[in-house]
Ligand binder design. Structure first.
Ligand code: FES
Length: 196
């Protein structure tokens, strides 16, 4: 059975600009050390951070917008960038990390070009979403919420109900909803979604 591209629903967690808090996402956690990450912010990237900072007043209310723009540019929030933001906005690093940890749309882990999201809501769970997670972990060589596939293309996340229970189990890649997924369809879906 081939993966069916589902009609896009009204619920699109990736594209919403309203930042949603992460489940249990309170408090700061230490960012990954540069040595453990695929790519930290180098000199050029710090220039990009400075450019983002220049778009906003150097004050605390700018924090979320600054973090969102940096996350959009790098696809994550490198530790060096967090230090830069804390210094520029005259905020404790713990405050910056607390906000970065709280919102789903912000990531303290490097991500692949595409994030594969498996719904683990009740309807998807009872229809075998766990097996999809296992197959994706195996084929992408990543853990949920951690790591990038060896080709740099993919990261893996699980999400709560995406509002498409009739299509369960559902996998979402960027704007595309894949309905009634089975482990045997994963390879075909990844091939289709691979960044050019
Ligand atoms: S539980 Fe997966 S879409 Fe609702």
């Amino acid at each position: 059975m081939s993966p069916r591209r589902a009609k896009r629903t009204d619920v699109d967690i990736e594209n919403t600009r309203a930042l949603e808090p992460k489940a249990g996402g309170t408090g700061a956690k230490a960012p990954p050390s540069p040595g453990k990450t695929k790519a930290g912010a180098d000199g050029n990237e710090l220039k990009a951070v400075d450019e983002v900072l220049s778009h906003y007043p150097a004050e605390e209310p700018s924090l979320i917008m600054v973090l969102q723009e940096i996350n959009d540019r790098f696809n994550w929030l490198p530790p060096e960038a967090m230090n830069r933001v804390a210094g520029a906005l005259d905020l404790p690093l713990a405050k910056v990390l607390g906000v970065a940890t709280f919102y789903k749309a912000l990531s303290l882990e490097p991500k692949g070009e595409r994030t594969v999201k498996v719904c683990l809501g009740t309807a998807c769970h009872v229809r075998g979403a766990g097996m999809l997670v296992d197959e994706l972990k195996r084929s992408l060589e990543v853990e949920v919420g951690r790591g990038i596939s060896p080709d740099g293309a993919y990261s893996l996340e699980t999400v709560n109900c995406v509002g498409a229970c009739a299509m369960a189990p559902v996998v979402v890649v960027e704007d595309n909803y894949y309905a009634h997924m089975e482990p045997g369809n994963i390879a075909k879906m990844l091939k289709k979604e691979r960044p050019k």
